[in-house]
Design a protein around this ligand. Sequence first.
Ligand SMILES: [Zn+2]
Ligand SMILES: [Zn+2]
Length: 48
Amino acid sequence: MEKLQVCRLCGKSIAYYVCRLCGKNVCANCYDNGICIDCKLGKKLKSK
Ligand SMILES: [Zn+2]
Ligand SMILES: [Zn+2]
């Protein structure tokens, strides 16, 4: 009976945050400025 979810990216820490883009549950280490590092690195913000 797991109430707390583990981070979807690193799978080690408890996911306290939710990415605004992909909706993944991520931990503080994998969360930055409202999005997960996966989106951050993947997006590369093409629009300036
Ligand atoms: Zn993580
Ligand atoms: Zn994301």
